[in-house]
Design a binder for this molecule. Structure first.
Ligand code: ATP
Ligand code: MG
Length: 355
């Protein structure tokens, strides 16, 4: 079986970390008898520089004709002052998600025993943290109608948190199914005491719940969830929430894994899944071989599991990373006294040795 992978390194550290994930996929392929083709495409700032477009038509076509997409990161200070529709995030990432129907963003977040001291949070609070945040990705405030008005010199602006029943149903079903493969707990996060869209969200969850009798469902207001994430993150298994709440909560949750450089993500829903680290292009360390490649390598593991159903291969990568951390190898973002500092490539070398 040959899997066709669209490779979009993008900007900043993207060009340094994506090749590391490819090395790991090639090693897995050799070990388990899978083959991959890797075809590179332009996206983000580098695409603007070379073609004038943040998401060239050729790139979108490449993505459509692939079995999965591996993305690095996009954007950087060089392109921040462009008009909104050309900016890498708005001009590339939002249309790519919409065009490919990627309505579900999956972010697993767990605490590594080896990194418990590298976190800014207390060990006792972090212990046992192992959750998956499922964020709705193509609805809500990001895509609802927006506007501005100047009435007698007073500026007004609005964004609409719009959701339809089918949009809520598909993400909630995916969350129930995910919980079914895990500890069978689903927490739906909303603001149903205030927002009408949250009322519809909660009603939809409750209507679907009887179809998944083995899943224990709870509802939590988003403000309480933000507090509970820090107070007792171990209580969560699968968390499902709308676009904006998920954006905020998943960045908050990244700190439960000690560094943004440890957090992977998958965006699913259409024919082709997109896999990328949860972090951005990190312009402050780009080109210095300091970037932690683990988030991107774990994203490649998610690709094996979610797009290709290669679960044993995905678990092998995760176990290799645990082993490397246990042996004390650290990139700068997770470095502590007494550990061995390695660069981007050396971290991957250690992972390959474990594999
Ligand atoms: P974006 O808007 O694209 O999300 P951002 O401005 O929020 O980007 P990041 O690019 O994610 O920020 O970087 C935030 C901080 O985390 C920076 O100091 C960066 O160096 C650090 N960082 C991000 N990813 C990594 C990584 N893989 N390894 C080490 N440090 C990282
Ligand atoms: Mg960010």
């Amino acid at each position: 079986m040959t899997y066709r992978i669209a490779v979009l390194p993008g900007d900043g550290i993207g060009a340094e970390i994506v090749p590391q994930a490819i090395r790991v996929l090639e090693a897995i392929g050799a070990k388990y008898g899978l083959s991959f083709t890797f075809t590179e495409g332009l996206i983000g700032g580098i695409a603007i520089d070379k073609t004038g477009q943040p998401l060239p038509a050729e790139t979108l076509e490449l993505c459509r004709n692939s079995d999965a997409i591996l993305l690095g990161a996009i954007g950087g200070p060089k392109w921040d002052d462009l008009p909104t529709h050309l900016r890498p995030e708005v001009g590339a990432l939002l249309p790519l998600r919409k065009e490919l129907g990627l309505y579900a963003n999956i972010r697993p977040c767990h605490t590594y025993d080896a990194l418990a001291d590298a976190s800014t949070l207390k060990k006792e609070v972090l212990a046992g943290t192992d959750m998956v945040i499922i964020r709705e990705l193509t609805g809500g405030l990001y895509f609802g109608s927006k506007g501005r008005e100047d009435i007698d010199g007073v500026q007004k602006a609005w964004d609409t948190m719009l959701y339809s029943t089918p949009e809520i149903e598909r993400i909630v079903r995916l969350a129930f199914e995910t919980a079914g493969h895990r500890r069978k707990k689903l927490c739906s996060v909303d603001k149903a005491n205030v927002l009408e869209s949250s009322r519809l969200w909660r009603e939809t969850v409750n209507r679907l719940a009887p179809e998944y009798p083995d899943i224990a469902v709870t509802h939590m207001y988003v403000d309480n969830a933000a507090m509970q994430f820090i107070r007792n993150p171990g209580q969560f298994d699968v968390v499902v929430t709308e676009n904006t709440f998920g954006d905020i909560l998943s960045d908050q949750a990244s700190m439960l894994s000690a560094s943004l450089g440890m957090l992977a993500s998958a965006s699913l829903g259409g024919h082709v899944g997109l896999y990328e680290p949860a972090h951005g292009s990190a312009p402050d360390i780009a080109g210095q071989k300091k970037a932690n490649p683990i988030a991107t390598i774990l994203s490649a593991a998610m690709m094996l599991e979610y797009s290709f159903n290669r679960v044993a291969e995905a678990r092998a990568i995760e176990a290799a990373i645990e082993a490397v951390l246990a042996k004390g190898f650290r990139t700068g973002d997770i470095m502590e006294a007494g550990k061995t500092l390695v660069n981007t490539e050396e971290m991957t070398d250690r992972v390959l040795e474990e594999l």
